[in-house]
Design a protein around this ligand. Structure first.
Ligand code: NAD
Length: 522
């Protein structure tokens, strides 16, 4: 009978389900030693965020086939160690979307009708009806930043409240928005200017950290409200405090913070009239917890009976030859850079190689490239396993071709959007991925970020001007190369810098005569 180890509290219905599958051992508040003893002969291991699933523990496991996270984030699990040992890691990414969406709506209503403030006032024995004049959601505009799993659920609910819904999400296909009756806008600032409520539903990435800063908050209407149930650092804390104190916006509701808990005497606590604060509970409902438990119980059932589970975070790569693994590493890195450089929503991802690989290798390469293309933009980890499904959900088409112009160890990744396309080619040299061409211009450049791409006309002085601007912004050039087909024609400059060039620096480079386009990948 398989042994299923459970080291964090999970819903009792899920426990019951697990008991039908094997011998269940539940450990409460166990230390590492006790867990080590039990994990030794366990077949499956269920955790939430409390247990640290370390490399040490994973290495002690002799029969473990699957580690299941009854929830979304897998930060507490050493996924790499599990992958190396051929252990699947599964999670339940959908489980809390409805809970977070309902909490978001709750916070919008709390802000619009000042419910927490009114509650506090009545308890103080006051009866200040005039002070609590509210506004209605009906007829107002909701601006969603991020239209993924949670954003979509919020949109559906807001529609029922007769709100007009806008969304800013540069990576979601138009179709998704259209089917929900949501207007997709291309410019975040437009959304901020038009919305009465702005709600954030993006993952925390390099791109979204500080996404809502002073400039963005100033664009919002003075009567508008901000809701953050995503991650604290998406909003610039100082800017938000300033916006609330100086009345740039009417109020904010937060479930997540820069530091959690925000700490004693946090300046937010003073802003009682302008803010509604909850302690990172948006996803915490009995139903979400039950759903997470039942989803992972089902996944464990699949693994124990030899079926492929649905929500695999990792995939052991047995059987893929070493040269293909190298091409996968290059392909993933190329796709990551290309996805950052291309403008607009990816519609087609094309991979070209020099020689026809076998089916297994082709599939592995496809998955690595799609993972590279999508990994930065989604909350759930995009993996070799789910990359194809995620790409399909996002309406991205994949094409594979063998091309005469490529050497046998070269990979080319092209990403096409409605109005743009970029083509990056590379290969492994030693143990480092190299860029060997951009849009057909040949180079030999280490594929290590930050990388600045400057499309320009090959004229004397352009390279020098770009160098000076970088210097003026305190950005050091680590390496640089120019790719061109002929003297005086179109060319591309690729620059690796020691630090990430700031936005003003990129804009200044765009102004240089003969520069056509400037893009950064970091
Ligand atoms: P998701 O991956 O399904 O959706 C995220 C969406 O953001 C995607 O559609 C993506 O295209 C879009 N996106 C990525 N980068 C963007 C950018 N720069 N600008 C605009 N859009 C961008 O994620 P989800 O499950 O909907 O989760 C959304 C957020 O909610 C995450 O930050 C997650 O951590 C958070 N969350 C919070 C709680 C809580 O308890 N408060 C619980 C669960 C999830």
């Amino acid at each position: 009978m398989p042994k299923i180890l459970v080291t964090d509290p999970i819903h009792e219905d899920a426990l019951e389900r697990l008991k039908e599958l094997g011998e269940v051992v539940v450990l409460e508040d166990a230390d590492e030693e006790e867990i080590a003893e039990h994990v030794k002969d366990a077949d499956a291991w269920v955790v939430r965020s409390g247990t640290k699933v370390t490399r040490d523990l994973i290495e002690k496991a002799e029969r473990l086939k699957v580690i299941a996270r009854a929830g979304v984030g897998v930060d507490n699990i050493d996924v790499e160690a599990a992958t190396e040992k051929g252990i699947l890691v599964v999670n339940a990414p959908e489980s809390s979307s409805i809970a977070v969406a309902e909490h978001t709506i709750g916070l919008m209503l709390a802000l619009a009708r000042k419910i927490p403030q009114a509650d506090r006032s009545v308890r103080r024995g006051e009866w200040r009806r005039k002070d609590f004049m509210g506004v209605e959601l009906a007829g107002k505009t909701l601006g969603l930043v991020g239209l993924g799993r949670i954003g979509q659920q919020v949109a559906k609910r807001a529609k029922a409240f007769e709100m007009e819904v806008l969304a800013y999400d540069p990576y979601i296909p138009e179709r998704v928005a259209r089917e929900l009756g949501v207007e997709l806008v291309d410019d975040l600032h437009e959304l901020l200017e038009r919305a009465d409520f702005v709600s954030l539903h993006v993952p925390l990435t390099d791109e979204t950290e500080g996404l809502i800063g002073e400039e963005e908050l100033k664009r919002m209407k003075p009567t508008a409200f901000l809701i953050n149930c995503a991650r604290g650092p998406i909003v610039d804390e100082d800017a938000l405090l300033k916006a609330l104190k100086e009345g740039w916006i009417a109020g904010a509701a937060l479930d997540v913070y820069w530091e959690e808990p925000p700490g004693e005497d946090h300046p937010l606590y003073e802003l009682e009239e302008e803010t509604v604060l909850t302690p990172h509970i948006a996803g915490s409902t009995a139903e979400a917890q039950r759903a997470a438990g039942l989803i992972v119980a089902r996944e464990i059932e699949r693994v124990l009976s030899g079926e492929i589970p649905e929500n695999v975070v990792n995939l052991p790569l047995a059987g893929v030859p070493d040269d293909v693994r190298e091409m996968m590493e290059v392909g993933e890195a190329l796709a990551d850079v290309a996805a950052q450089v291309v403008e607009g929503r990816p519609e087609v991802v094309r991979v070209r190689v020099g020689e026809e690989p076998d089916e297994r290798s082709k599939e592995a390469l496809k998955r690595a490239v799609l993972k590279g293309c999508l990994d930065r933009i989604l909350t759930e980890p995009v993996t070799m396993v789910n990359a194809v499904d995620v790409a399909r959900d996002r309406g991205i088409n994949f094409e594979f071709a063998v091309s005469d112009g490529l050497d046998e160890d070269e990979v080319e990744v092209e990403i096409e959007t409605e109005g743009d396309a970029v083509r990056f080619r590379g290969r492994m040299i030693g143990d480092t991925p190299y860029l060997t061409a951009v849009d057909g211009y040949e180079l030999r450049f280490k594929l290590k970020t930050p990388l600045l791409f400057v499309w320009h006309v090959d004229r004397p002085g352009v390279v020098g001007d770009v160098g000076v601007i970088l210097g003026e912004h305190g950005v050091n050039i680590a390496a640089m190369e120019v790719g061109r087909r002929e003297r005086g024609g179109e060319a591309i400059m690729v620059i690796r810098t020691d630090e990430k060039p700031p936005e003003e620096c990129l804009r200044a480079i765009e102004e240089v005569e003969h520069v056509r386009r400037v893009e950064l990948a970091d």
